[in-house]
Write a protein that binds this ligand. Structure first.
Ligand code: TYM
Length: 333
């Protein structure tokens, strides 16, 4: 049976990249899931503490993120939506897998290199071991598929390496090797200020991203001010290779419209950004305003959100228990 598992860090600033690169696909998979399959989506709150956080802010972000995911279309009656911290098996399995993962493998993780920057020696051990917890997140549920954006592909490959080595070391076939599902059109939504940097929750510039909480005027203003160039749009996506900002805006349009960049250019070739940007803004507003409206409703009832998350966690704990027990036993513990 199909088992889909994915997570998101509750770090606030949920943006268009998260939506187009991940959450929209979560919703699609939930909607298309056959009756014998299961979708599990969680807030990676244990991952969030690998960098410094203000505790009050983190607590608020967790609820806000849960409300946003539901507003995007995840239905807690069909998908299992929960907080990682409420299922201790994630942390337990992560520790067991720390015995399997190799330092050399983690040294190759580009996200650690990016996030630790020049201060590697000062980075937390948690930031370094982060991909092992991520492997535990999916292996714990015998995930068959993991929908993520392009930036998480390397972490998923590591999860497969860890699963393969654990199975080989223990002479079992305990863990299922999960396949990543990466949406082709929206795999990497870039910053509105820099077409070579990914749109990110941690970018200090609010103008670099479209937040799912932005109202119509804010979205239009951010797109109007987005970095672009003075040339007209070409007839094919291949001709955008050296124009990162133009390529990004066409890519966002394509992802929102559910078509390829070439199809966007088939109708917009010859246009300058003076006319393309308003069309893009309309499309973004059309997609995001219903989400924002629902978010405002869910936000108003934090007790109900907490109840939904507690219910999701109870279901997740039940599914996690057999694999965790089998992992302990495979190791002789
Ligand atoms: P996070 O919280 O950074 O991002 C959540 C999801 O959004 C995708 N994404 C993007 N996609 C396209 N363009 C972008 N600019 C963009 N920015 C983010 C990410 O690829 C991701 O799918 N480590 C993970 C969370 C995690 C996880 C897991 C994911 C923890 N455990 C287990 C899958 C399975 C993270 O920090 O994602």
């Amino acid at each position: 049976a199909m088992r889909i598992v994915s997570g998101i860090q509750p770090t606030g600033n949920l943006h268009l990249g998260n939506y187009l690169g991940a959450i929209r696909n979560w919703v699609r998979m939930q909607d298309e899931m056959p009756a014998d399959g299961e979708c599990l989506f969680f807030l990676a709150d244990l991952h969030a503490i690998t960098v410094h956080n203000d505790p009050a802010m983190l607590a608020a972000n967790i609820r806000e993120m849960a409300a946003t995911i539901i507003a995007c279309g995840i239905d807690p009656a069909r998908a299992i939506l929960f907080r990682q911290r409420h299922v201790p098996a994630h942390a337990e399995l992560s520790w067991l897998l720390n015995g399997t993962a190799r330092i050399g493998w983690l040294n190759r993780m580009t996200q650690f290199k990016e996030k630790s920057g020049k201060n590697r020696e000062g980075a937390s051990v948690g930031l370094f071991a982060y991909p092992v917890l991520q492997a535990a997140d999916v292996l714990l549920y015998q995930a068959t598929h993991v929908p993520v954006g392009d930036d998480q592909k390397q972490h998923l490959e590591l999860a497969r390496d860890i699963a393969t080595k654990f199975n080989a070391d223990t002479g079992t076939d305990l863990f299922t090797l999960p396949d990543p599902i990466i949406p082709p059109a929206a795999a990497r939504i870039m910053s509105l200020r820099d077409g070579t940097a990914k749109m990110s929750k941690s970018d200090p510039s609010d103008a670099s991203r479209i937040a799912l909480t932005d109202d119509a005027d804010t979205i239009a203003a951010k797109i109007r001010k987005a970095k672009s160039d003075a040339d007209a749009l070409p007839a094919t996506a291949a001709e955008l290779a050296d124009r990162p900002e133009a390529r990004n805006l066409v890519g966002i349009y394509a992802a929102l419209a559910g078509v390829t960049p070439d199809q966007v250019l088939a109708t917009h070739a010859g246009q300058g950004f003076g006319s393309f940007k308003p069309a893009l803004a309309d499309l973004a507003v059309e997609t995001l305003s219903p989400i924002r409206d629902r978010l405002l409703t869910f936000r108003a009832d934090p007790a109900e959100l907490d109840r939904l998350l507690a219910d999701g966690a109870a279901r997740a704990r039940t599914l996690a228990a057999p694999t965790l027990a089998a992992a302990y036993s495979a190791l002789g513990l």
